[in-house]
Design a protein. Structure first.
Length: 362
């Protein structure tokens, strides 16, 4: 069984001076935790804040890529940059973690011919999926978090971009997209697409989650939805608890101050204190992750679901799944629900690696 997490925001924390070789107290992901969690591969998402202009976004992306490369260079015995299923399986046989790269938010691309050139450079750097947008509409498409929906789906450039991604063998990630953008992607793409970190709207009515109709459409095209571990997306009740606590709004200010000066110990401690407050809330059980997996399987079968935790991008986790080291508990829960080992192989990473293979260009 190859265990793959399709979305970890760990590169953001490399910029915040996290040493991944150490077991960090407040980290959701580092190399010791990945090993303890029996994780064989992880997509490190290069998250670009939606409020950055193109030049600032490109500069930020460059620093993040440099940080990941430096980290991998310093830990060659533990992990290696990976771009394919075959390479990942070889890494597992050699006892090394496969680190894949994804770009979360296509805003640094810009648009036009220069953007397509940059897309190809990112592919050469090892990036194997792009989440087209994040929390705002951009030059590519509309976000599910936007009220304006500038394009009514994909922009003209967005349609061109999807076609170019198909041609070079890069996965299109539909997480964060508006419903209209999602359907436009399916109409434009001649290859399967993925939702690298999403949940089911039927179980938690958040616009970031996918409707049953969207999940069916994704599966009919051969794609996969990777279940997100964020309690707000797993459980509508927790979204109310979090909002009523007022912690998150205050925490965003504290976190922003820490991000601006990651070497400031006082600001780091202040952010850690906020994390403790968040984790003290009445959080839903990690078993809700299994509920969302169950829902997808009942809807479209076992071949279209996997795991995309969003670890290091979420400020609070489910009870019992505080970090990636606890992932084996989820597989035990799935076994208890009657999933066979062949099913678990698909959920653990087999489904996502299958789509990666199908999209790749030899």
């Amino acid at each position: 069984m190859f265990v793959l997490d399709s979305h970890c925001d760990t590169p953001s924390h490399i910029l915040r001076l996290r040493d991944l070789s150490l077991d960090n107290e407040f980290a959701q992901v580092d190399f010791p935790k990945l090993k303890k969690g029996k994780v064989d591969g992880a997509f490190f998402a290069l998250y670009i804040p939606a409020d950055l202009d193109v030049d600032a976004a490109r500069e930020y992306l460059g620093r993040m890529l440099d940080g990941v490369k430096r980290t991998l260079s310093e830990n060659q015995d533990k992990a290696t940059l990976t771009v394919s299923r075959s390479q990942a399986l070889q890494n597992k046989a050699e006892g090394r973690l496969s680190v894949f790269l994804g770009l979360e938010n296509g805003s640094p691309l810009g648009d036009g011919d220069q953007a397509i050139d940059m897309l190809r450079r990112l592919y050469d750097e090892g990036v194997r999926y792009i989440t087209l947008c994040h929390s705002r509409d951009n030059q590519i498409c509309d976000s599910c978090a936007s009220q304006s929906h500038k394009w009514g789906g994909l922009s003209p450039f967005g349609k061109r971009l999807v076609s170019e991604m198909n041609s070079i063998g890069m996965l299109v990630d539909v997480s964060h997209l508006s419903d209209s953008s999602f359907y436009d992607v399916l109409a434009c793409s001649d290859k399967p697409v993925v939702a690298t970190h999403s949940c089911c709207r039927a179980l938690a009515g958040h616009p970031r989650n996918m409707t049953d109709e969207m999940i069916r459409a994704l599966a009919q095209r051969g794609g996969v939805i990777q279940i997100n571990f964020y309690p707000v997306f797993l459980d509508s009740r927790f979204a109310e608890i979090l909002a009523e606590s007022g912690i998150q709004e205050r925490g965003e200010r504290v976190e922003a101050e820490f991000i601006a000066e990651p070497s400031d110990d006082a600001k780091r401690r202040a952010w850690n204190d906020v994390q403790k407050e968040l984790m003290a809330l009445d959080r839903p059980s990690y078993k809700l992750i299994a509920d969302h997996i169950d829902h997808v399987v009942e809807l479209v079968g076992i071949d279209h679901v996997g795991l995309g935790s969003d670890f290091d991008g979420i400020d609070v986790t489910p009870e019992g799944m505080e970090d990636v080291s606890m992932l084996p508990k989820l597989f035990e829960e799935l076994r208890a629900r009657g999933y066979a080992e062949d099913d678990l192989i698909k959920i653990a990473g087999g489904n996502f690696l299958r789509v990666l293979d199908e999209v790749s260009v030899s």
